[in-house]
Design a binder for this molecule. Sequence first.
Ligand code: CUA
Length: 330
Amino acid sequence: MQNAFPLFPESASTMSGQVDALTFFLTLVSGLMTLLIFATITILAIKYRRRSPNDPLPAPIHGSWLLESTWSIVPFLVMLIMFAWGARLFFDNYTPPVGAMEIFVVGKQWMWKVQHPEGQREINELHIPVGRPIMLTMASEDVIHSFFIPAFRVKHDVVPGVGRYSQLWFNATKVGDYHLFCAEYCGNQHSGMTGWIHVMEPADYQAWLSLHGGNATMAQAGETLFGQLGCATCHAPGATPPNLSLTNMYGHPVQLVGGATVLADENYIRESIINPRAKVVLGYPPVMPTYQGQVTEEGVLQLIAYIKSLSRPSERPAANNANAREGTKK
Ligand code: CUA
């Protein structure tokens, strides 16, 4: 239910109550401190004002150890509370739970393009089931955008280039439609880069999925692309050196030329497609050309989905969120 004058946006995720509580605490402390300081200044200025030109000058004060320590230590402790509370929320907010449902988002001027693993696609809309952790893996096709759902109290920049995928997760608690905004100025139609998150009952969501199904899944689309781009020439499943099979690569450590080891996750695969010379696998010549400009960000996500499908599912989640927590939110 909306107030006539809402102080907070609607609260519709497991995170939103906690973010509101912290915001309220910060505002309360700031308000109290402001009040305390200004009240003290006003009262002292009136009480100790110079009443006549003959008033003697006050005796100088040489400080008070006790007073100064108190007003240093008490605010320090209050700040530490803010720090600990904020840090906890921050890590919760940036660590998707294991088993979160993964959906892929590409931001571009000026729209949000969404792909579900089962192949459903949508633009400026995202259909999700209620009560289930959802993890978004996000990339940008052009400039920096920022994916912002006020009702869920989540916002994350989506950055172009060979950087990392942005990840964001939430668990919606209420069925309904919620605003989606781009929260980073990204050109003259930035303000129009909005959309809706549709939170549905699980059964309704299943119905929506099957109604909009029929496309190839992301992994199937990726397999097609894998053939079209010629990746299969060198990376066909079961290929033997000097060709490099990608079977069971995802989620495993990869030995690189120079001695380093990386975990083959989404970011590594994406980098290897866009900038193959950045991390060359030990024992293989650096002959792969870049595919920058030949494949869209959505295509890269499909290729990743396909490469993931070549690994045994039991081996996947670890790489997905190297730092994921066990279980979902209480
Ligand atoms: Cu995209 Cu602002």
